[in-house]
Design a protein around this ligand. Structure first.
Ligand SMILES: [Zn+2]
Ligand SMILES: [Zn+2]
Length: 107
């Protein structure tokens, strides 16, 4: 028996166009969600839309690196790098763990 991959991740660029658009729309709604429940519902919908298991944090994010990275990952992964903190329920900008290693960006 092997262990599941350490972190749930998806590749935005590998998604069909309409799914990319729907994912982006859900992220925009989450950005302006007024309650934790609403926020988590939108995150769960976004994860199921792209077929990614929702991490325990309930918070997924597309990599905000300036490279072409399309990684969608657990925003609370210890390896992720926060470029800009969100305010309230607003989404901050977070780099995926791979980018945090390979192209570090300062705030
Ligand atoms: Zn990345
Ligand atoms: Zn990058």
């Amino acid at each position: 028996m092997t262990h599941a991959p350490a972190r749930p991740e998806a590749d935005y660029r590998a998604l069909p166009g309409p799914v990319q658009d729907a994912f982006t729309a859900l992220m925009e709604q989450a950005d302006t969600a007024g309650t934790t429940d609403h926020f988590l519902t939108l995150m769960a919908r976004a994860a199921s839309l792209i077929g990614m298991p929702l991490p325990p944090s309930g918070d997924i994010r597309r990599c905000a690196c300036s490279c072409v990275c399309g990684c969608i990952f657990d925003a609370e992964d210890p390896g992720a790098h926060v470029i800009e903190h969100g305010e309230g329920y607003n989404l901050g900008r977070v780099q995926c763990p791979t980018c945090a290693d390979w192209h570090p960006e300062t705030a």
